[in-house]
Design a protein around this ligand. Structure first.
Ligand code: COA
Length: 216
């Protein structure tokens, strides 16, 4: 063994160690800690006027395919600000509710009426959705920071619930992080159709995930 092969071995050892530390650091930084409430909504027919946003001029688009999304974009609608979930959801069968102010995406909600769509829009939480028994779930709520606190999220949720009700969905499940006051307030607007049914804890530690849901 000469000095060259010793140097090569040391290099491999170093690289192995460096890769090990990179992996450990990736695991540690991927840790997550989420506390959430699970909501159950049994949407009834509501008066749209109760949920109208403060912004008077907007366009609400309901999409159920990527083709419709591409047509919107080709028509000049701008989705560049959105956290990217709409396309993936549509690819897997979710329905998207997109509210535009002018041509700019201002608020979004996604709903799933089957397991594949759910996995695309909300893959983390263990609560059961009985898709074979007229149940659905909602996720991906987002309002563009430029348009927050003007009732857009509440209105988009109203449209999503109303669509699901018209399509014979009896129960819509959704989760909200416990510190997300805005989303909780929006949900409360749908009382008495909606109720908080459980508090959940999700933890991801060193690549392992843990859940606990306690009924309220
Ligand atoms: C949560 C979110 C979607 C709310 O959107 P929004 O369009 O501003 O919501 P709305 O205007 O419909 O407001 C809903 C309620 O929350 C209140 N609210 C909104 N922002 C608030 C804030 N920052 N602090 C306190 N209350 C707030 C509104 O006043 C309204 O209450 P009201 O019905 O009693 O008047 C938006 O803040 C967001 O996109 N956050 C980041 C992503 C996220 O958290 N998504 C939700 C996952 S469950």
């Amino acid at each position: 063994m000469g000095p060259i092969s010793d140097a090569l071995k040391a290099g491999f050892r170093f690289q192995g160690l460096a890769a090990f530390f990179r992996r450990v650091s990736a695991l540690v930084t991927a840790n997550e800690r989420l506390d959430y409430y699970l909501y159950e909504c049994r949407p009834s027919k509501r008066n749209e006027a109760e949920f109208r946003p403060k912004i008077p001029d907007f366009a609400l688009k309901r999409l159920s395919s990527v083709k419709e999304l591409d047509e919107l974009i080709a028509g000049g609608y701008d989705l560049s600000a959105e956290p990217p979930l709409t396309r993936l959801g549509l690819e897997k069968g979710a329905v998207a509710f997109l509210l535009f102010v002018g041509r700019e995406l201002a608020s979004r909600e996604l709903v799933a009426t089957n397991a594949e769509a759910r996995a695309a829009i909300e893959d983390k939480y263990p609560y059961k959705v009985n898709f074979n028994n007229q149940e659905a779930c909602a996720s991906g709520a987002w309002t563009n920071p430029k348009f927050r606190q003007q009732g857009l999220h509440t209105y988009v949720f109203y449209k999503a619930y109303d669509y699901l009700r018209e399509n014979n969905i009896k129960i819509v499940w959704s989760i909200i992080w416990v510190d997300n006051i805005a989303a909780q307030k929006a949900h409360q607007r749908f009382a008495p159709d909606i109720k908080k049914v459980a508090r959940g804890r999700y933890r991801k530690i060193l690549g392992l995930t843990f859940y606990k849901e306690s009924l309220i």
